[in-house]
Design a protein around this ligand. Structure first.
Ligand code: FES
Length: 163
């Protein structure tokens, strides 16, 4: 989506038009674009601004505030490590640190092969099984640093199986 083609511009325009009757359409528009493309780069924000009259600064502020939105493409597998209080007190920081160490990326980053993105999340509503990690919506309970390599290997194997 770096150089927006006409189809992409039309799609974004259509998404903006879906919510013309809403008082505060921005979150819905951005959610739909995120779901459609997986990220919301600046040039897309400019189109949304043009269509809605909302300033790019405001749109940029929303995109960067909510971790659900992304400015860059995410990896095929998005690893969300919960750093909410319940998870944190049970060692979530060490878990995310281990993912970062093995994948050689910082939270918010994506591996060079485009396979993994590592995100730090707030509470994902699974405090009873803290520390919790979610990968593409699948929740891994009671994670420890020692389990991290195995989890990554499962996805790598799955990937090799598809190759
Ligand atoms: S604090 Fe991690 S799931 Fe609630």
């Amino acid at each position: 989506m770096c150089k927006l083609n006409e189809a992409a511009v039309n799609k974004i325009t259509e998404i903006c038009d879906r919510y013309t009757n809403e008082n505060t359409p921005l979150m819905m528009i951005l959610s739909d674009i995120q779901n459609e493309y997986g990220y919301i780069p600046l040039e897309v924000q400019e189109i949304v601004s043009e269509k809605t009259g909302i300033s790019v600064a405001e749109i940029y502020g929303v995109v960067t505030f909510y971790s659900f939105f992304s400015l860059t493409p995410k990896g095929k597998y998005v690893i969300g490590c919960c750093l909410g209080t319940a998870c944190y007190v049970k060692g979530a920081q060490q878990v995310i640190d281990k993912f970062a160490e093995i994948l050689e990326i910082k939270p918010g980053g994506t591996t060079k092969d485009g396979l993994f993105t590592l995100d730090a999340l707030r509470c994902i509503g699974a405090c009873g099984i803290a520390p919790a990690v979610s990968i593409n919506g699948k929740v891994y309970p009671k994670m420890t640093p020692a389990m991290v390599q195995d989890v990554i290997d499962q996805y790598k194997k799955e990937e090799e199986g598809q190759a």
